[in-house]
Design a protein around this ligand. Sequence first.
Ligand code: PGA
Length: 257
Amino acid sequence: MDKKALVVGNWKMELSHKSAVEVFSAMKKMVSGKELDVELVVCPSYPSLAAIASGSNGTTISAGAQNIHHEERGAHTGKVSVVQIREFASWCIIGHSEVREAEGDTDLVIAHKAKLLLQHGITPIICIGESAQDHDSGNTIATISLQVDVLLSALDRVSLLKTAIAYEPIWAIGTGVVPEPDEVFEVVLLIRKKIAERFDQELAERIRILYGGSVTADTASRYIAGPGADGVLVGGASIHPRDFLAIAETVGAAYAR
Ligand code: PGA
């Protein structure tokens, strides 16, 4: 199989620039000379993106951003556009629930951001996921279906082929409360089924689907084995080099399908 597992670290707003550079250099040391069977991406805050990107040259870790504005340029104080990150980021998280909540990004806006990123050669990592209320009232599948339907109507086959989708149940983010593997498998299968119905089986199998939400080295592989995800999106644990690399190792081993 030509698909490699993908492990993405979302550093959020947790690190000063100095700490971000230190964490990255510790990670670089830990991966050097190692045969890790995963693709590794870290997403620092904007002020550290250029430094991490230049530090990533010649390593097996790539740099990504955590979001972009939905326009390419303009009078948007405090915002950052795709044009401003394209020299530094090869990946970009969009649709994270924290951004959806703070900025009101809808699935349509997120699909638009995905197109912008792809036009500029950046791989989007599109986050979707249901709230605790949706989960508790048995509406997970209905919620995910709606989110996926919007994405699949807005993006064409070629775009989807270059996109990763991260399933992040909102109630699992930063809480330590994790879903059962079966719950994740059901969502992963649903996404693949919808892609196969609208496009084809090949795309459904090739697209990378990640799990995210309180991932640790102890839990990561549960979501990968069998009909599971193609990798993980890691928040809290990703700013600790040892933990992040331990997650990468366990995911790589579990993904050997
Ligand atoms: P967490 O965050 O691993 O700290 O739960 C995941 C995310 O927000 O992407």
